[in-house]
Design a protein around this ligand. Structure first.
Ligand code: FAD
Length: 392
């Protein structure tokens, strides 16, 4: 039986409560066909939570866990780490457990599962904004029945003010190996910006766009990050992942079903973490010049000095118009809810203009979606991930 302790890694969409709760906006590059929506509505969470361990049992397990971790050089922080310090938005309360991993052994130790489990995606009526939110990629440390999430630079995540009732694993696996000219094997915690700069400087093309993207290689593969007509998928050769069954698996690019801001990793039920990726690039004398142009453009068109998570919404699939353009034309630049504001420089960047709460940001997202829907009859779909605190 699946463990009751499911973590709350959520992807939008947040739905307009006025439309059918079972209506979901169309996906741009549809992931592999999902089962009919009704079948995916998960049974209520509450009965499952009744299986939770009592406090004493839980404490005993955590003590054992801490001992095991110590052996592998892992330091666990309990209840002190604020998620706002792990996110470029600067929003988020404390997580119950926090640990950084610097190599594969530590990663395995942090996520090690006692026994295999089939994890499933499910939907749950969320409390925030009266919305329905989807749970995706549920992963947790089964041995201790503690939910976990793995993050890179938190540059695509909205954490909740009440934090996360589980363990946040910060990925610091940062090696880079040159296999052959143009072929790089890189740890998933390696900075994506740094990789982009390095490859272009060494005269290889394909990752110019990565300059200025403040995420990690793991986050870029997971999200299939892209810009300026290039995307991560174009140059990925293979990706190694750690499964929840504690196995390392290698996926070739064509097995990852990449799409616009989508990789199959987002739908792998047994994904614990992306461990490393191999990139194959072509040589080019003009890569660095092109990259400098992109960086210059970024500086002029994005609020790079503000606290943001990049583009909040994906560009709509068939309309040939960007989400930023729609928001701007709806007259929403500068719109503010509490400390959250639509950037005046780039309408698809929402910034924490000072003291924004997660609810401010969610309300602003909802407001903008509603206005764009009313004005253009287009349903915007979020690109960012919202991490629900999850009760246990
Ligand atoms: C100023 C700014 C500019 C940006 N510009 C762009 C842009 O041009 N193009 C673009 O695509 N994005 C852009 N972004 C968004 C963001 O930087 C990218 O989506 C990036 O790839 C996220 O990487 P991360 O390491 O920060 O991921 P995180 O935010 O830490 O995580 C994002 C998701 O990936 C998962 N994840 C992260 N690492 C792993 C791993 N090792 N294994 C499994 N899952 C993992 C997390 O669980 C989460 O669901 C921008 C953001 C900012 C703040």
């Amino acid at each position: 039986m699946a463990s009751p302790f499911r973590q709350g890694l959520l992807h939008f969409p947040i739905l307009n409560p006025t439309v059918s709760p079972y209506h979901f906006p169309k996906q741009l590059h549809a992931p592999p066909p999902d089962p009919p929506l009704r079948a995916r509505i998960y049974k209520p969470l509450a009965p499952q939570l009744s299986r939770k361990l009592d406090r004493q049992q839980h404490e005993a397990r955590v003590e054992h866990w801490k001992w095991k971790w110590k052996r592998n050089g892992l330091k666990i922080e309990r209840g002190t780490k604020l998620l706002k310090d792990l996110s470029t938005w600067g929003i988020g309360g404390p997580c119950d457990y926090f640990v950084q991993v610097f190599n594969r052994t530590q990663l395995v130790s942090a996520v090690r599962c006692g026994k295999s489990s089939k994890l499933s995606k499910f939907f749950l009526a969320g409390k925030l904004c009266d919305v329905i939110v989807s749970f995706k990629g549920c992963r947790f440390c089964q041995e201790n029945e503690i939910p976990f999430i793995i993050i890179g630079n938190g540059s695509n995540c909205l954490f909740d003010d009440s934090g996360f009732r589980g363990c946040v694993i910060l990925n610091r696996i940062e090696f880079l190996e040159r296999i052959e000219p143009g072929i790089y094997r890189v740890g998933s915690g390696f900075g994506f910006n740094r990789l982009g700069l390095q490859c272009s400087n060494e005269g290889f093309t394909g990752l110019e766009f990565a300059g200025g993207i403040p995420g990690t290689v793991g986050g870029a593969v997971y999200m299939n990050a892209g810009a300026n007509g290039q995307e991560t998928a174009d140059v990925v050769d293979s990706v190694n992942i750690l499964t929840t069954e504690y196995k390392l698996q290698r996926y070739r690019r064509n097995e990852l079903n990449f799409g616009y801001r989508y990789s199959a990793c987002q739908d792998m039920n047994d994904l614990a973490a992306i461990v490393e990726a191999t990139f194959r690039l072509q040589s080019s004398g003009s890569a660095r010049t092109r990259q400098l142009e992109y960086l210059e453009r970024r500086k002029l068109s994005q609020p790079i000095r503000e606290k943001s998570a990049g583009s909040v919404f994906r560009n709509p699939p068939d309309d040939g118009v960007s989400a930023a353009k729609l928001i701007e034309e709806a007259g929403l630049k500068g719109l503010r809810v509490g400390g959250a504001m639509v950037s005046k420089i780039h309408a698809n960047f929402f910034i924490n203009a000072g003291g924004s709460t997660s609810q401010d940001m969610l309300d602003l997202i909802d407001l903008v979606k509603g206005q764009v829907r009313r004005k253009f009859d287009i349903e915007l779909q979020e690109e960012i991930s919202y991490i629900q605190p999850c009760n246990f």
